[in-house]
Design a protein around this ligand. Structure first.
Ligand code: ADP
Length: 323
């Protein structure tokens, strides 16, 4: 393998730049040419490529976002769109791909490989930590730290006014950010998509807290839950209890930005090097993961059929600590 294309796709995540840097530097170390592909599959279809040298990735390790930009492409979801992308790769003599993205991006690479035989390795890059086959995804640690920082600040104002706050965090269909930020931020309750929450039980718990002189209460709500948004849950709680001065904060996209933590930088760096090495050794149709602090190589079919849920034990711990 001589020319490897690298790209970021789907939702951006802090640490993607560290991963790009690692792929470029490891690629050059192993005598490969590395071609940056702008805007994920959109840029792949259009042939928006740039050769990358060692210095093209200077000073990006510590920056959030992705210098290669990210995009979502509906055209790539069709066989015709993927054929166009393949023609561009062939035209530019790109004979291997390293993509950084979520499960959608992984699925796209898998289809391209099955239809056109282009070898690839995927790196899990998403703040949601919702990809099976890895304990952590690139960006999750930073996003959760950002959420915890915001929760701490909200607690200051909640305490000063004896208020109940509902704080909505990101995570799509996954409660990882919510449960971890909930434990780290001392939430009274965490509402996650993986579990149905009873509003009556939540109100009972909040009332008990009031009786025990709890001077502030924070409820963390994961977006995408069956129980509704933070706004809807707050409204339902208000209707059942006039006891609380209730506020809602939606943290939103601020969780996607910012400098990656040390953890995400190291994770992205290790995965980037492993991606180049494993692709060169002939591994393909795999996503790199980290399990029990060891790099693993997950075949698409082996992991993409399994859902990934938050650890049941984390829910238990959050409950014990919220009395
Ligand atoms: P993420 O990679 O973060 O999960 P998306 O689900 O938006 O983000 O996927 C990113 C891109 O991957 C999509 O815009 C699309 O081009 C491609 N993709 C997603 N799902 C598929 C699919 N089933 N088949 C082919 N390509 C897909």
């Amino acid at each position: 393998m001589k020319r490897i294309g690298v790209f970021t796709s789907g939702g951006d995540a802090p640490g993607m730049n560290a991963a790009i840097r690692a792929v470029v530097r490891a690629g050059i170390y192993y005598d490969k040419e590395i071609i940056g592909i702008y805007r994920g599959y959109e840029g792949m279809i259009e042939g928006d490529f740039v050769p990358m040298d060692v210095r093209s990735v200077s000073n990006i390790l510590q920056r959030g976002g992705t210098i290669l930009k990210s995009a979502r492409s509906t055209e790539f979801k069709t066989p015709e769109g993927r054929a166009k992308a393949y023609e561009q790769l062939k035209k530019h003599n790109i004979d291997g791909l390293i993509g950084i993205g979520g499960d959608g991006s992984f699925t796209g690479m898998h289809h391209l490989y099955k239809e056109h035989g282009i070898p690839y390795v995927c790196l899990p890059g998403t703040i949601d930590n919702d990809i099976p086959g890895t304990d952590y995804t690139i960006g999750f640690d930073t996003a959760t730290n950002t959420a915890v920082e915001a929760i701490d600040k909200i607690r200051d104002t909640a305490l000063s006014h004896n208020r109940l706050f509902f704080i909505e965090v990101m995570g799509r269909d996954s409660g990882y950010i919510a449960i971890n930020a909930g434990i780290a931020g001392g939430a009274v309750s965490v509402i996650i998509p993986e579990e149905q929450t009873s509003i009556d039980e939540l109100v009972k718990k909040l009332n008990e807290g009031g009786k025990h002189n709890k001077s502030s209460s924070l409820v963390i709500v994961a977006e995408g839950g069956k129980s509704g948004s933070a706004m809807e849950i707050a409204q339902k709680v208000k209707e059942k209890s006039s006891y609380f001065d209730t506020k809602v904060t939606i943290l939103g996209h601020l969780q996607r930005g910012g400098a990656p933590t040390y953890f995400d930088r190291v994770l992205a760096s290790k995965m980037g090097v492993a991606a180049v090495e494993s692709l060169d050794e002939g591994k393909t149709d795999v996503m790199i993961g980290i399990v029990n602090n060891k790099m693993v190589y997950n075949k698409f079919e082996e992991i993409m059929t399994q859902p990934k849920y938050v650890h049941k034990d984390d829910l238990r711990i959050a409950k014990i600590l919220s009395i």
